[in-house]
Design a protein around this ligand. Sequence first.
Ligand code: GLA
Length: 287
Amino acid sequence: MAINAHGGGILHFNEIKSGETYLPEANQEWGGTRVNLTGISCYSSQDLLNWKFRGNVLHSVEDNSEHDLYWENVAERPKVIFNAMTGMFVMWLHIDSMDYSKARVGVASSSSPIGPFDYLSSFRPNNQMARDLTVFVDDDDEATAYLLTSSEDNAVMHISQLSDDYLAVRTDLPFHRVFIGRYMEAPTLFKSQGFYYFIGSGCTAWEPNAARSAVAKSIDGPWRELGNPAIGPDSNNTFSSQSTFVLPMDGSNRQGRFIFMADRWVKDDLASSRYVWLHLSSTKIAQ
Ligand code: GLA
């Protein structure tokens, strides 16, 4: 998902979940239901209420079983960032095999915010497993971007710096291992008043759990966990949802007004999964 500053609109990228939900033999033990891969959709809006469907911007592949986007595989958690230096929109997404053993990131790019995106490649950043992910562009002069990946079989979150064109991971720099042994998924990252904030989930497949949050002065850490940022009835399962993105409402000012966006998965019928959007105040979670 990316904020597109042009015209004051935002772009919203999603895994397309359509067709029948089924439980592959290999995923029986952990309940990993799936739908066949269709692609990544894009919607645009200028007011967050009215949305225009911009189509399937990264199609699955029907006839090449070696391709990452083959319909039997997994492509999840697409995130798009704009690179001002190259003028390209860069999509990062979780690429996996049906049984989630491949554990890679995929990269695609497009000269247009509404695609179509060219699929470039998949790999394991720093030769480390990567499943749920997000990308974040900092507000420094260089617009440094970072990739967060659930790694080490989801036990540890890795933070890696991206190359200047956002198409690769900087392997000349160390990556950072954070939330060690905490099994965090569904990472989101945002910045407010000079602090970096993280919201993610625990690791319970499509079942909701209590969200986690953390704050850091430097993106490399140390990160201090702040507990569940959800409050009130049903906050113990984040109102039956799992984090996916935090949208800043003040553009680059980042003054502390955000929308917390989450998926309300329906594990036996993934195509009917819905969304939860909530007001998020960074002053509240910083207390
Ligand atoms: C978790 C992840 C999702 C997806 C499912 C699969 O919910 O956050 O992105 O991989 O598990 O079960």
